[in-house]
Design a protein. Structure first.
Length: 412
């Protein structure tokens, strides 16, 4: 298309958007942010699969999950101060559940996930992208039969996702690392996982090799000229473009305010610990349902992620969050007893009140686009989000299922 495009945001969505925009013939400046660790993907579980493509809590809205909120060690947390100052977000959230559960809501999520899975495999093949991707399926485990039966009945009714119900012996056969734990399970054969830290650095390599100018800095201000964007400012330099794409995760809210807009994203905090060079580990991702913890093997490492915690952006996660993860991991995997994680990190999932991403041309500025708001699915949606963003910026049409993602619904 041969336009000058500025993409802001160095997470997976910005990375793939930059790639596809360059591939279609544009000159791309990718402002990838000051630190690679600022992407929520740094802390993410890297799970990718149709069974996980539905947004926000499987905990079916906050309503069905009050039980989580009353547990002292609950991985689902709601900061009261945050909730009170964001009542409009929470009320919009509870009002718009039907949208995501509608036929086109479900289809759009599914299309983003399956499209991204294809793109990831192509990148592994084409660029030798080294991201520890495995297609082993995912094992969801349960201490009690009751919850498992409820979930398997819901899955059967829905009919979209493949699964197998396992009694404890079968569960152990599937995943011997569970050892003495007597857990029943649901096995999802179509799920995959990858190392999201490697994805972030591999995409920097691939984008550089594709001729994209990668700027590892933040933007601090923007300049408009009537209803179009003139430039963004990074480290004092004015960076001009014909079109601008904001794909900066939770940072998009700050950037929206530079344009005088209010993008309603709430930060869904999550935390992770990573054990490096572990001799033993599960060979597939395992979810411990009652604990709300995922354990994911990534090459020689083993990562654990948990928590869905609504707090302000300046929240500093207390040490007890990581202690909780450590405790669950060493309870479940005896071989981790006494081993310290090599790293701990936290990230903010960018969550819209209707659980659908924001993708498309701004309703306020002619040459401004948004690609953000993927909440807990930004890794598994990223490839397809990037492809769709590039089609839109190049002036093309995307399937009507994605009309639901229009930025005009938030007036941004
Ligand atoms: C614990 C946890 C587990 C998760 N597990 C999964 C999972 O299994 N599967 C899945 O698909 N998703 C998962 N997620 C969610 C996923 O990480 C996010 O949805 C995804 O990272 C969002 O991608 P993004 O590119 O939109 O934003 P981010 O990845 O958050 O990236 C935002 C980027 O914008 C940059 N930025 C911000 N402000 C500015 C600025 N002013 N100027 C320039 N750059 C800026 C940042 O530096 C960063 O590079 C998880 C998240 C967490 C926290």
């Amino acid at each position: 298309m041969n336009k000058n495009i500025v993409v802001v945001g160095g997470g997976p969505v910005g990375a793939f958007s930059s790639y596809f925009l360059r591939k279609s013939g544009n000159s791309v400046k990718w402002i990838a942010g000051k630190k690679i660790t600022n992407s929520a993907a740094w802390s993410s579980a890297g799970l990718v699969g149709p069974g996980l493509s539905f947004p926000l809590p499987d905990y079916e809205g906050l309503k069905g999950n009050m039980k989580w909120l009353f547990r002292r060690d609950s991985p689902v947390r709601l900061g009261m101060g945050f909730m009170l100052s964001n009542l409009s977000w929470f009320s919009a959230y509870s009002r718009s559940r039907h949208k995501i559960l509608s036929e086109s809501g479900k289809k759009s999520q599914y299309m983003l996930t399956t499209g991204t899975m294809k793109i990831l495999d192509e990148f592994v093949e084409k660029y030798g992208m080294d991201i520890d991707i495995v297609h082993t399926g995912l094992l969801q485990t349960f201490k009690t039969q009751e919850e498992m039966t409820k979930i398997s009945e819901e899955l059967r009714k829905d009919g979209t996702v493949k699964f197998e119900v396992l009694i404890p012996e079968q569960c152990l056969d599937r995943e011997p690392a569970l050892g003495a734990n007597k857990l029943s399970g649901i096995y999802y054969p179509e799920e995959s996982s990858l190392n999201p830290r490697k994805l972030l650095s591999e995409m920097r390599r691939i984008n550089r090799e594709s001729g994209i100018e990668v700027i590892e800095n933040d933007i601090e201000s923007v300049k408009m000229n009537g209803s179009s964007v003139k430039h963004v400012v990074s480290d004092g330099d004015a960076i001009k473009g014909d079109e601008f794409l904001i794909s900066s995760g939770m940072g998009s809210t700050v950037i929206a305010s530079m344009f005088g807009l209010k993008l309603p994203l709430a930060p869904g905090w999550g935390h992770s610990i990573t054990y490096d060079n572990v001799k033993e580990r599960p060979h597939m991702p395992v979810e411990f349902s009652e604990d709300g913890v995922y354990a994911i093997p990534m090459g020689n490492s083993l990562k654990a992620t948990s928590f869905f915690e609504f707090r302000g952006q300046s929240f500093k996660p207390p040490a007890e969050r990581f202690e909780y993860l450590k405790k669950v991991m060493s309870d479940k995997f005896k071989f981790l007893d006494g081993i310290e994680p090599a790293s701990k990190s936290s990230g903010m999932r960018p969550c819209t009140p209707d659980s659908l991403a924001t993708l498309g041309r701004s309703s306020k500025f002619a040459n401004l686009f948004w690609a953000t708001g993927n909440c807990r699915q930004g890794v598994m949606h990223s490839g397809e989000m990037g492809k769709l963003a590039s089609i839109l910026i190049d002036g093309g049409k995307i399937p009507e299922e994605f009309d639901l993602f229009s930025p005009s619904r938030f007036s941004v």
